[in-house]
Design a protein around this ligand. Structure first.
Ligand code: 13P
Ligand code: SF4
Length: 323
């Protein structure tokens, strides 16, 4: 009997220390006809060598239209999986396969399917931060950029379930004036921001604009001057004349904000966990070394059962059609 094959683990010791990793990534990108997509929460050095940096909506739009043969997805698993759902014929690699997401991980597809049986007359709107299995149970997918538009695309009398982020769901309910049944998920990074911390920062920086991601708790988002996706927060910093911004999202976004407004003061809201940082531990699993290995070895690769991929595709395509 042959031994079961082991999962690919990036072995950093196989990297020749004399290599210029940026030059090697550039060479491999050309040789493989690869595109490097990176989320705003990636390390600055990854953002700077990516072909495209964006929020989850922009990244799925980029993945949907790339002519590349290989997609090296520097983000978390559900993002790379969405790229694969859209591109069954392409190889999709991610620097670290363990780059998960607390929202996706705490909404298992089987349990979600069972829970939905309680709501047979509801349509299901799922945030893109979920597995292909949960997407397959959904009528339509949304991101934080288009969640309000997606919900408003249903007639007002249509009953809705929203999963898996209860905070984003509540924020959409406030924006649309609609009621929805919410799956009780949350992001471990955004849930760390508290109204007390925001109030302390505002007292110290009275002229600052408070801008937060809708994954924050309502007590925080109610205090904000602006609530939006990472791309929307970036745009706000780029267009608002204010000189100081209190930022309530993962600190990776500060890199692009700083490039856009080098003269502005950017004040990240610290997490309440004691570590005083607001970094997504999953996003930060990726590194330039692992990106090099992913392009060199074309591993770890996102693989999906074809029947599941087809069932997950419809809800994603419905979202993309809405724009
Ligand atoms: P965006 O939709 O703003 O990219 O957010 C994704 C995410 O994971 C936020 O934590
Ligand atoms: Fe998931 Fe939160 Fe990390 Fe975004 S920041 S990938 S929602 S755990």
């Amino acid at each position: 009997m042959s031994a079961p094959s082991l999962p690919y683990l990036p072995d950093l010791e196989t990297i020749d220390p004399s290599l210029d990793l940026r030059a090697e990534i550039e060479r491999l990108r050309r040789e493989r006809n690869a595109v490097i997509l990176a989320h705003y929460y990636q390390e600055p050095e990854i953002q700077d060598l990516a072909d495209f940096v964006g929020d989850s909506l922009q990244l799925s739009q980029a993945a949907a239209k790339t002519p590349a043969d290989v997609i090296a997805f520097c983000g978390v698993h559900f993002m790379a999986e969405t790229a694969k759902i859209l591109n069954p014929g392409k190889r999709v690699v991610i620097p670290d396969l363990d780059a998960g997401c607390s929202l996706a991980d705490r909404c298992p597809a089987d349990a979600f399917g069972e829970w939905l049986k309680n709501y047979p007359d509801h349509k299901v709107v799922s945030y893109i931060n979920c597995s292909a299995g949960v997407k397959a149970h959904s009528d339509i997918i949304c991101t934080s950029s288009n969640a309000v538009r997606v919900v408003e695309s249903f007639p007002r009398d249509q009953k809705l379930v929203f999963a898996p982020d209860r905070h984003l769901g509540r924020w959409v309910m406030r924006q649309t004036g609609r009621d929805m049944v919410l799956w009780p998920g949350f992001c471990i990074v955004h849930e760390q921001f508290t109204a007390l911390r925001v109030a302390q920062l505002k007292a110290r920086h009275p002229g600052a604009r408070i801008i937060v991601h809708p994954e924050c708790d309502a007590t925080v988002s109610r205090m904000a001057d602006f609530v939006g996706s990472t791309a929307a927060l970036l745009k706000y910093v780029g267009t608002e004349p204010a000189m100081s911004f209190i930022v309530g999202t993962e600190a990776g976004i500060l890199h692009q904000m700083h490039k856009l407004r080098p003269e502005a003061e950017l004040i990240p809201i610290p997490a309440d966990s004691g570590c005083n940082c607001a970094l997504c531990p999953y996003m930060k699993l990726n590194s330039i070394e692992k990106l090099y290995l992913a392009l060199r070895d074309l591993q770890p690769e996102i693989l999906l059962d074809e029947d599941l991929r087809r069932r997950a595709l419809g809800p994603v395509e419905r979202m993309l059609a809405l724009g």
